[in-house]
Design a protein around this ligand. Sequence first.
Ligand code: UT7
Length: 335
Amino acid sequence: MYQSRIAGLGKYLPENVVTNQDLSEIMETSDEWIQERTGIEERRHIKKGSGDTTASMGAAAARIAIERADLSTQDIDLILFATLSPDYYFPGSGVLVQELLDIPTCPAMDIRNQCSGFIYALSTADQFIKTGMYKNVLVIGSENHSGGLDMTTRGRGVSVIFGDGAGAAVITREEDPDKGILSSHLHSQGKFAEELSLIGPSTNRWVPEIIAANDPTDESYYPYMNGQLVFKNAVVRFSEVIMEGLTTNGLAPSAIDMLIPHQANLRISQFVQKKFGLGNDQVYNNIQRYGNTTAGSIPIALTEAWEEGKVREGDLIVLAAFGSGFTWGSSIIRW
Ligand code: UT7
């Protein structure tokens, strides 16, 4: 059995910055409300005509990650693409990235686990490497939320939170058993599937049906979130799954050098920080600048933390996520 480790990281954020003030000019909201409830100050939205897409942003992040791993695109054995906002209904964005990266034939798979998508994809990469089947796996988390949000007062409970962006990691074989991904922990609870969801268009609500209904009050093609229920579950599940990862490896919370939580809400991160008795330098947050980029959030934050020299050789890095499904998970990594 091999170990796997993250050998290269990259990120891509669209240039267009949208501040809370910008949003307050198109819907009834305020900088004060958004900052107080979520910590968000600004986010990025793809500018129409810029050419940015879920796949192109993923490919841009991937190119950087591959270069930093000292590999070429031709060394990639498998592409795992986590997103809730794929370019097409089908095929998945993984094959689109493959084409953008000029990789002739390798398996490419989309992972549909929303905010936990990157952790699910990382764990899948780890399993394929552990068995010896693949050596270099490209894992991408990318989201293009902005075009699909209800940017009116009706949608403000959701639309102020989400932003666009992508992060990528190259996962590679590691011979040292004490290095790399020590363990991953994945959970889902379908009971709450509709509490954070986008119901139509789907096979449950086909596009022709939506068009035929011509109903301006129809909200089924916008994301829906039962914010308070999600919040309450998030704080419990984040804590549980981080503890599960630490316990599995015989570690105490004090062993954490850097916790990188999915950037759902600064208040959730602060709750978890307090619960585990971690200092400000032991938890990385960038939701202030990017909002919630769903599957992109952990790889973007991990890349930034690494670029800032906050992820160093030998450090214990903990990744954790919670979101739609509900799904949640953690990865315990010795860098
Ligand atoms: O990444 C996936 C996981 N997602 C999460 O973990 C998100 C978890 N949930 C949350 O972060 C929070 O629930 C929110 C930030 C989404 C909402 O915060 P909240 O403190 O739960 O607010 P609320 O939904 O209970 O709404 C409070 C009030 C309502 O007005 P009334 O009914 O009290 O008059 C809302 O209509 O705030 C109003 N409101 C807003 N006001 C200004 C909702 N959205 C906005 C807004 N601007 N954008």
